[in-house]
Design a protein around this ligand. Structure first.
Ligand SMILES: Nc1ncnc2c1ncn2[C@@H]1O[C@H](COP(=O)(O)OP(=O)(O)OP(=O)(O)O)[C@@H](O)[C@H]1O
Ligand SMILES: [Mg+2]
Length: 257
C-alpha cells in the first residue's frame, strides 16, 4: 500500500472543511478527486502533503504516520504536491526555476558537493544537476522554453513549470491541485500527454480537478467530495453517474464538463 488516509478531518473556525475522509492510493494508480468549490479538495491534498495539520485522523505513507511531519520531510520521503496557482520566480528563467526546485533531491548530494569541492570535483555535481533539469523539462514538453523568463510564460506553461518543479523532488506520489483549470483545449491535451509520461515513468498520481472530462480520461478511480465528506468512490463512469454526485454538482450550479 502506498498512501492511506484514515478518518481525516480538518476543522476551521465555523466549518468542517474535511470530514472523516478515508481512502487509499495504491502504487501506480491515477486517482481523481472531484467536488464542487469549497468541498475540501485542496484542504485534503494539503493534509496529505503535510502542508496542513489535520484536526484528527491519520495519513500513512508506506504504513508510517506522516501527518505531523513537515512538508519538506514528506516530500523527501516521496509525496509532493503542486499548488492550485503556480508558485514560480517570475524573474528567473524556466531552467533556473527548476534548478532551484532541486534542493530537496540534492540535499544529500549537496552534502556530497561540499565533500567533492574539497577534492575539486564539484563540477560533476553541477553537470548532473543540469542534466536532470533538462530531462525534467523535456518530460514536461518545456525544453524549448528553457531560457525564457518564467514571467513571460503563458498560464498553461507556468502551470506546467510548477509540475516540472515538483518533479525535481523525484516524487513517488505526485499530488496535483487543479492542473487543468484555466487551460485551453490544446494545453489540456498537452497536460494529459505529460501526465501519461510521468505516470509511465513510475510516478503515482492523485489529481484534483473540476474538469471532469479530463479526469475521466486519466483516472482509474475517482473520489467525490461534498461539504468535506466523501460521497462516492469508484471507477469514473460509475461515480459520475451516482445521483449524490450529480446532485452535488447541480446543487452547486456546476455543469458537468
Ligand atoms: N485556512 C482556512 N481558514 C478557514 N477556512 C478555510 C481555510 N482554507 C479553506 N477554508 C474553507 O474550507 C472549505 C474547503 O476549502 P478548500 O479550499 O479545501 O476547497 P476546494 O474543494 O479546494 O475548493 P476549490 O474548488 O474552490 O478550490 C471552504 O469552505 C474554505 O472556505
Ligand atoms: Mg481547491
Amino acid at each position: 500500500m502506498s498512501l492511506e488516509v484514515r478518518g481525516l478531518t480538518k476543522r476551521f473556525v465555523g466549518l468542517v472543511a474535511v470530514d472523516d475522509v478515508s481512502f487509499t492510493v495504491e502504487p501506480d494508480e491515477i486517482v481523481g478527486i472531484i467536488g464542487p468549490n469549497g468541498s475540501g479538495k485542496t484542504t485534503l491534498l494539503s493534509m496529505m502533503a503535510g502542508l496542513l495539520t489535520p484536526t484528527s485522523g491519520r495519513v500513512l505513507w508506506k504504513g508510517r504516520e506522516v501527518q505531523r511531519l513537515r512538508p519538506d520531510i514528506i516530500a523527501g520521503q516521496g509525496v509532493v504536491k503542486t499548488f492550485q496557482n503556480p508558485q514560480v520566480f517570475a524573474e528567473l528563467s524556466v531552467f533556473e526555476n527548476v534548478q532551484v526546485a532541486s534542493h530537496l533531491k540534492l540535499k544529500r548530494e549537496l552534502g556530497l558537493r561540499r565533500a567533492l569541492e574539497i577534492v575539486g570535483a564539484a563540477r560533476d555535481v553541477e553537470r548532473r544537476l543540469a542534466e536532470r533539469v533538462a530531462e525534467v523539462l523535456a518530460l514536461c514538453n518545456l525544453g524549448g522554453a528553457s531560457r525564457q523568463l518564467a514571467g513571460n510564460l503563458s498560464y498553461g506553461e507556468e502551470k506546467m513549470l510548477g509540475i516540472a518543479m515538483a518533479l525535481m523532488c523525484e516524487p513517488e506520489l505526485l499530488l496535483l491541485d487543479e492542473p487543468a483549470t484555466g487551460l485551453g483545449r490544446d494545453e489540456i491535451r498537452n497536460l494529459e500527454a505529460v501526465l501519461d509520461k510521468v505516470h509511465a515513468a513510475g510516478t503515482t498520481l492523485c489529481l484534483v480537478d473540476h474538469k471532469i472530462g479530463f479526469l475521466r480520461g486519466l483516472a482509474g478511480r475517482v473520489i467525490a467530495l461534498n461539504y468535506g465528506q466523501k460521497i462516492a468512490e469508484g471507477p469514473p463512469e460509475r461515480v459520475l453517474n451516482e445521483p449524490a454526485v450529480i446532485e452535488a454538482y447541480l446543487g452547486a450550479g456546476h455543469a458537468r464538463a
